[in-house]
Design a protein around this ligand. Structure first.
Ligand code: ADP
Length: 159
């Protein structure tokens, strides 16, 4: 069975992330969306909230699971007994960071391979930060996140 891991902060999950999950779930037997707990960034949503929003977004994908991890991705990968990491590439600006991450993971464990999905053009400008910025100033985030996630963001900002 081919299991892949899609790690990230998902603070919160956007339609861009869901597009990658949808496409990756068709290629691998099992996809684990792995929510990073020890990010350097202070998240808007705590881990449980982020997991809840992902679970609500992926419930139709039968081979997708949501888990959390702390520490190094390579250790989580070993625990899951797989070497396939899924990441998304939006634009050339993502490339430098992503290639560095992929090469570092491979330097730590040469069983790790990172598979990049090019984003759908309509999500190429979309990030969790952009969504948070728009929502904070009462902008419409309908096109960027599910309705469930939108309600959670509005509540967070007391809107
Ligand atoms: P991180 O904080 O680890 O960068 P993110 O949650 O921001 O985590 O993103 C996880 C992965 O999803 C990254 O590979 C990122 O490039 C990708 N990603 C984020 N937004 C999009 C999008 N709109 N379309 C495609 N891929 C995306």
């Amino acid at each position: 069975m081919k299991t892949a891991v899609y790690p990230g902060s998902f603070d919160p999950i956007t339609l861009g992330h869901i597009d990658i999950i949808n496409r990756a779930s068709k290629i691998f037997d099992e996809l684990i969306v792995a929510v990073l707990m020890n990010s350097a960034k202070i998240p808007l949503f705590d881990t449980n909230e982020r997991v809840d929003m992902i679970e609500k977004s992926v419930c139709d994908f039968k081979n997708v699971k949501v888990e959390t991890f702390d520490g190094l991705l390579v250790d989580f990968m070993r625990k899951k007994n797989t070497g396939i990491v899924v990441r998304g590439l939006r634009a050339v600006t993502d490339y430098e960071y992503e290639i560095q991450l992929a090469q570092t993971n491979r330097a730590l464990d040469n069983n790790i391979d990172t598979i990049f999905f090019t984003t759908d053009v309509k999500y190429s400008y979309l990030s969790s930060s952009v969504v948070k910025n728009i929502a904070e100033y009462n902008g419409d985030v309908d096109k960027f996140v599910t309705n469930y996630v939108k309600q959670k963001i509005l509540k967070k900002y007391n809107l």
